[in-house]
Design a binder for this molecule. Structure first.
Ligand SMILES: NC(=O)c1ccc[n+]([C@@H]2O[C@H](COP(=O)([O-])OP(=O)(O)OC[C@H]3O[C@@H](n4cnc5c(N)ncnc54)[C@H](OP(=O)(O)O)[C@@H]3O)[C@@H](O)[C@H]2O)c1
Length: 217
């Protein structure tokens, strides 16, 4: 498959590297695709990796992964061109974090309650099939998570059943055997606050070695 990644932060690089490891062609999109860290990522990830602008990556990929800072997400989508993602699956990893509390302070949610980042992204990409995923685990555990209690669970949501099926299949290849579909994109209202639990635990303990599991009997 051809995967376009919008975002050259930790999430974009980890997911892009994971897709490359699985043999997919990957284009990492950035406002500065020639930047040293992006080129270093390409050398390390090897395989069939490229870098380009947000628009290049949006045109290249299906699916497209959205992995941008919330404050820049609307701009990144505008730069990518919603028309370049028409009909495509867009995997939304974002959390609408507000870091205005300053350095060393846990962020808060800039968007919450009766709406969510997932819903905004779907509004900004009305002709794309947005699926929320990966937002509630640290980037170091996004690919082949290895925990003593077995694989953690990933919650997903989105309006298009076939898009969620495609993302669930990708998740299984990433080491998430049992993705949990919570319904339409509005379920992002609950999956995004779940990420805040992950983040507060990180700020309180200094460790990112945790993930969620839904216990059943
Ligand atoms: N870090 C994690 O472990 C983790 C886990 C789960 C979810 N998330 C979520 O995943 C998303 C990505 O997180 P991250 O830590 O990888 O990176 P990040 O530092 O939050 O975002 C980096 C990306 O955002 C882009 N960006 C920033 N401001 C922009 C603007 N004004 N216009 C256009 N693009 C802009 C950057 O573009 P350039 O390439 O042009 O610099 C870069 O590609 C975030 O929403 C985060 O909350 C993060």
């Amino acid at each position: 498959m051809k995967i376009g990644i919008l975002g050259s932060g930790s999430v974009g690089k980890v997911l892009g590297g994971a897709f490359a490891t699985l043999g997919h062609e990957v284009m990492l999109g950035s406002r500065e695709p020639e930047r040293d860290d992006v080129q270093d990522w390409r050398k390390k990830a090897g395989g069939k990796t490229k870098s380009g602008t947000f628009a290049d990556a949006a045109k290249f990929g299906d699916p497209v992964v959205l992995a941008t800072a919330w404050s820049g997400t609307q701009n990144a989508i505008a730069l990518a061109g919603p028309e370049n993602m028409k009909g495509k699956v867009v995997i939304d990893t974002t959390n609408p974090l507000d870091f205005s509390g300053g350095p060393g302070k846990a962020p808060t949610l800039a968007v919450a309650g009766q709406t969510s980042a997932g819903e905004r992204v779907q509004q900004w990409l009305p002709q794309s099939r947005v699926v929320k995923a990966f937002n509630h685990v640290g980037n170091t555990h996004m690919f082949r998570p290895d925990f003593p209690g077995g694989p953690p669970d990933m919650f997903i949501c989105g309006n298009d059943a076939s898009a969620k099926g495609e993302v669930a299949q990708l998740l299984r290849a990433f080491g998430w055997p049992d993705p949990i579909d919570l319904g339409g994109i509005e379920a992002s209202r609950y999956i995004e606050p779940l990420a805040m639990i992950w983040i507060l635990q990180y700020f309180n303990t200094g460790s990112g070695a945790h993930a969620f599991k839904l216990l059943r009997k």
